[in-house]
Design a protein around this ligand. Structure first.
Ligand code: ZN
Length: 85
């Protein structure tokens, strides 16, 4: 079986070995482009439809669109009250 000439077969599967692909970024202080790593410093201008939500962002550097989810983390800090004696 000589498979020469059928070179296009099997090319549908691309192994993610040494290939530079998009990178996920979780819980960053700004949206980070998964393609080029550009940080979107004007994220406060982006509408997420509320305090939390998700939208598509066009990277200001490579101009590719990517998905961004905004989430708010709430922290509670407590202090003991001074005991009245
Ligand atoms: Zn980018």
């Amino acid at each position: 079986m000589d498979r020469a000439g059928s070179g296009d077969l099997g090319k549908g599967i691309v192994m993610a070995t040494e290939q530079e692909g998009p990178t996920d970024h979780d819980y960053e202080s700004e949206p980070v482009c998964p393609y080029c790593g550009h940080r979107e410093m004007d994220a406060w201008e982006i509408s997420f439809g509320g305090a939390e939500g998700s939208t598509e962002i066009t990277c200001g550097q490579c101009e590719r669109d990517y998905f961004c989810e905004k989430s708010i983390t709430v922290y509670y800090s407590t202090r003991a009250l001074k005991e009245a004696k």
